[in-house]
Structure formats: structure tokens, C-alpha cells
Design a protein around this ligand. Structure first.
Ligand SMILES: *Cc1c(COP(=O)(O)O)cnc(C)c1O
Length: 371
């Protein structure tokens, strides 16, 4: 298996040597719906046939992501479209699916509101209790680790072995860690889904997602869903993600370094009732994090006294974007209770960005002191 450094090097250069003289290195943005198809098309020939089936701008992004995932990739117009593709392509009436009770809220809403009425039994389990949950009779087990926003962990390799023994597929939503920070497919997961809106694009200017799987039949089902249901990304959006992806390794390194150093600085701060970061030795799953993750991610959970203290911290810093997303170049923070997540009113999810460390740390410590 190649090293993460080698994989990212290969991502940047997989098409360097194949360019014809005068061909652009940056992939063109192709908006065509119609492509020339002379005679009777053979399967997959010509490569581009109709805008809903595929597009050279998506192809460029899928090729790059496939190098990073070390697996075939299908891109989608949002992370939720990727989640939906896995659900609708692989589940049928009578199947049982296990979702994280503390994972991305909308994944649960999609299943409960739209799959359950079609006869899919939707069950939930807290991430930290996955290890002791009985998987028998399940068709699909869904993990999100670290969970969002609580930052609990589940052991992917152990869950994969148990899911397979029970005849279930294991899907991992790898949004919080990216393929640079965590390798679910290498650990035995059958499918990975990702919201590329977050760190993969990284610039908070596009909504996108992808699915990766090494099993050809699983991937064919996901691609068929996209082609038939029509949940397709735009060429410009694919181009933007392709562009953002090229600096992921640099951004990921900086975010991880910043987040770990900040979490260490925050430790023991009198304004904090609780501090959650998988990179701190006090995190209940720190040893698993060291084994399973490369870096500990950009997200830190900070619990302040109450809602007002949390708001004073967020606004007092002057350098925290207040929107709802994470993994971007700019640090951002929000109280997740404002969306109804099951966390205390004073719980802040801080997404650490790529700013130079010293001024960022100074601003955040100052804001915490004054919160
Ligand atoms: C944001 C997110 C999603 C949904 O992605 P969109 O791009 O917003 O559709 C799914 N899972 C996780 C863990 C996320 O953070």
C-alpha cells in the first residue's frame, strides 16, 4: 500500500506526463449536454455521451479523487446527494439500517422521513456504543468517526469485521477526516461517503460530495443511481473542487497542527467546562485516534458555561466565521444547540483553519479569557 505522501504526489502528477503539446494542464470546464456519438455506441464508448451520464470536468475530479481514495469514485452535487445515492442504490424494503444517533443530523432525517415509509427499518446507535451493538440482521451499518459534533470515535476495522460476519455492508462518512486523515476502505469499510463541501474543497465556495468503493458491483449501483435519478454535479462546481483538492495536503497539515496546538493551549482553561479533541490524551478514545487517524482533524469541542458565554467567545474573537460548516481555510465556530443537536447550550464546535498559528491562538485565548 502506498504512503499518504506518495498518494498525494500521485494525485498531483497522475496526468502530468500524458499531456499533448499545447493541451491545458488545468482541466477545461465543459458545459455540453450533447457529445458526438457516431453510429452504434459500444459500452463506455465514446467516453462522453450525454450530460447526465458523465462529463469531462467531473472525470478530471473523479480521476484525482480516485488516486487519493485508491478506489473508483463517483462525485455528487452535495454530500447529502452522495449519502442518498448509497441509501437508494443499496437498500430495499425489509432491510434494516443502523445509523449513528450522534452523527450528521440530515443523514438521519433522510432515512427516517424518506426511507422508513418505503419499508426500510431505521435504527440508531451512539458512536461510542457501536462496539457493543449487535449487528445481526442488518443490511447496512453506517459510521461517522469522529462523530459530528460530539467527536466520539468508533473502531472502523473492528466494525467492518463484525458487519461482514453479520452479512452487512459497512459505510463510513469520512467527511471530518478526509482520505488524508483516515482510510476507511483500507480498514475494511465497503463504501466511503464524503461531503466535499468541507475540507476537500476547503474554500467554502461550493457544495459537493463523493462516494468511493472498491467493489465494482457496489460502484456500478451508485453510478446507475446517479445516471437514472439525475443527481449530477455542475461542471464548474467539479472544476472548483478539483482546484481546491490540489492544496488539500498543505491545508490539512496546517489545520491539524493548528488544532492540536490550540487544544493543548485550551487545556485547563478556567472558562471551559469541557474540552473535546481526539488528539488530547484525556479523550476517551485517544489511543484509537492515534491508531486509526493521521492527525486528529480540524474540529475541537469547547463547552463554555452557557449560551451567552459561548456567544461572547465566538463574537469576541473577531476572527471566527459564524456560518454552519467546517474544514475551510478560515476558522469558524458555532453553538450546535442552535440547530437542535443534542449538546449543551454552551457547546461550541470550533473548526480550526489555516491561519498562521500565533495570531490565531492569541485572538482565541483572549476571547476565551473574556467570555
Ligand atoms: C456537511 C456534512 C454532510 C452533508 O454534506 P452537504 O455537502 O452539506 O450536503 C454529510 N456528512 C457530514 C459528516 C457532514 O459534515
Amino acid at each position: 500500500m502506498s504512503t499518504p505522501d506518495q498518494r498525494f504526489f500521485d494525485l498531483l502528477h497522475h496526468d502530468t506526463a500524458s499531456r499533448a503539446p499545447g493541451e491545458p494542464y488545468s482541466p477545461p470546464i465543459v458545459s455540453a449536454s450533447m457529445f458526438a456519438i457516431p453510429g452504434d455506441p459500444a459500452p463506455g464508448q465514446p467516453a462522453w455521451q450525454y450530460g447526465r451520464f458523465g462529463n469531462p470536468s467531473w472525470g478530471a475530479l473523479e480521476d484525482s479523487l480516485a488516486v487519493l481514495e485508491d478506489a473508483p469514485v463517483a462525485i455528487f452535487p452535495s454530500g447529502m446527494a452522495a449519502v442518498a445515492a448509497v441509501f437508494y442504490a443499496l437498500l430495499k424494503s425489509g432491510d434494516r439500517v443502523l445509523l449513528p444517533a450522534d452523527g450528521y443530523f440530515t443523514t438521519r432525517v433522510l432515512a427516517e422521513r424518506f426511507l422508513a415509509p418505503l419499508g426500510v427499518a431505521v435504527e440508531t446507535c451512539a458512536t461510542r456504543e457501536v462496539a457493543s451493538r449487535d449487528f445481526s440482521g442488518l443490511r447496512l451499518v453506517w459510521l461517522e468517526t469522529p462523530s459530528n459534533p460530539g467527536l466520539d470515535l468508533a473502531d472502523i476495522a473492528a466494525a467492518a469485521a463484525r458487519a461482514h460476519a453479520a452479512g452487512a455492508l459497512l459505510v463510513v462518512d469520512n467527511t471530518t477526516m478526509t482520505p488524508l486523515g483516515q482510510r476507511p476502505l483500507d480498514l475494511g469499510a465497503d463504501l466511503v461517503v464524503s461531503s466535499d463541501t468541507k475540507a476537500i474543497n476547503g474554500h467554502s465556495d461550493v457544495v459537493a460530495g463523493h462516494v468511493a468503493a472498491r467493489d465494482a458491483a457496489l460502484m456500478a449501483a451508485v453510478r446507475d443511481w446517479r445516471r437514472i435519478a439525475g443527481a449530477i454535479p455542475g461542471a464548474f462546481e467539479a472544476w472548483l473542487v478539483h482546484r481546491g483538492l490540489e492544496t488539500l495536503e498543505l491545508r490539512w497539515q496546517r489545520m491539524n497542527d493548528n488544532a492540536l496546538a490550540l487544544a493543548q493551549r485550551f487545556s485547563g482553561h478556567p472558562k471551559l467546562k469541557a474540552l473535546t479533541y481526539p488528539g488530547l490524551p484525556g479523550h476517551p478514545a485517544h489511543q484509537l485516534a492515534r491508531r486509526q487517524m493521521r492527525g486528529f482533524g480540524p474540529l475541537i469541542g469547547l463547552e463554555l458555561a452557557d449560551r451567552d458565554a459561548a456567544e461572547r467567545f465566538i463574537h469576541g474573537a473577531g476572527c471566527l466565521r459564524t456560518g454552519t460548516s467546517f474544514g475551510g481555510v478560515h476558522s469558524s465556530a458555532e453553538r450546535r444547540a442552535r440547530w437542535g443537536d443534542a449538546v449543551p447550550a454552551g457547546y461550541v464546535r470550533l473548526s480550526v483553519g489555516c491561519e498562521p498559528f500565533a495570531p490565531l491562538a492569541a485572538a482565541l485565548i483572549r476571547a476565551l479569557d473574556a467570555a
